[in-house]
Design a protein around this ligand. Structure first.
Ligand code: MG
Length: 242
């Protein structure tokens, strides 16, 4: 099972967990926000966590999930300010810049495609300086739909044209890979090491990688042997697409 880079024109990349360490987001929402909320409302931390985790779950797979203004008003906290308090935890995953340079050198159209809210995006691009590596940056909030909604990929295409047959998507969300697959995006990769503080767990449905360096072919070649460098689910062996 080979990946031939000559067949790929456009590369769509998710941000949180895919290019950036999700440890920041997990720590922020699961620890920092509950702690601040507990202090403000004189609640025990355990109680605040129970309350907020349930609230967060109720907004999963919607744009509210990543809408900082929504959470600021819902929780009565200045969420952008709180993010800046822990922004030292924002980090780029290993080998990401090597991969982005490889894509640039090979003339691929590279798009950052994220559910992140504009304010999160600004903060993270300022901290990581990844912005210049992309030909375009699209927040789901600008399209009015999250990636979990199958219509997202069509709407993205209206904004920034791409050919799904010659497009690759890198994601740490199996749900988003599934909606992209249903839309017809051909090359799908799951980032199994989304957080530096959690053990990597490969997908059972998509080809998984820990680091994007696993997709960089040896010098002089445009092909990579996926079985050798990535984790390929058994069922995919059957439908070899070379
Ligand atoms: Mg993600």
């Amino acid at each position: 099972m080979k990946l031939n880079w000559n067949d790929i024109e456009t590369v769509l990349l998710d941000m949180d967990g895919t290019l950036l360490d999700r440890h920041f987001d997990d720590h922020f929402w699961l620890e920092h926000v509950p702690r601040t909320y507990a202090r403000k409302n004189t609640l025990p931390l355990g109680k605040a966590k129970e309350l907020l985790y349930a609230l967060f779950r109720s907004q999963e797979n919607t744009l509210n999930w990543t809408d900082l203004d929504y959470w600021s008003s819902r929780l009565g906290l200045d969420i952008p300010l709180l993010k800046r308090e822990v922004d030292h935890l924002i980090a780029v995953h290993p080998h990401v810049t090597d991969f982005l340079l490889f894509l640039k050198r090979n003339g691929k159209a590279v798009q950052l495609v994220t559910n992140a809210h504009g304010k999160t995006l600004d903060l993270k691009l300022r901290k990581t300086r990844l912005g210049p590596y992309f030909d375009g940056i699209v927040s789901a909030h600008d399209l009015g739909l999250p990636k979990e909604d199958g219509r997202f990929w069509e709407r993205l295409r209206e904004k920034t044209p791409y050919d799904p047959e010659h497009t690759m998507l890198g994601e740490d969300s199996e749900t988003n890979l599934s909606t992209a697959q249903a839309y017809g995006i051909r090359y799908l990769f799951y980032v199994s090491r989304s957080s530096s503080s959690l053990p990597p767990s490969p997908s059972r449905r998509f080809i998984s990688l820990h680091y994007f360096s696993q997709l960089i072919p040896p010098a002089g070649s445009s092909e990579i042997d996926l079985k050798r460098y990535c984790s390929v689910p058994n069922e995919l062996f059957a439908e070899v697409r070379t």
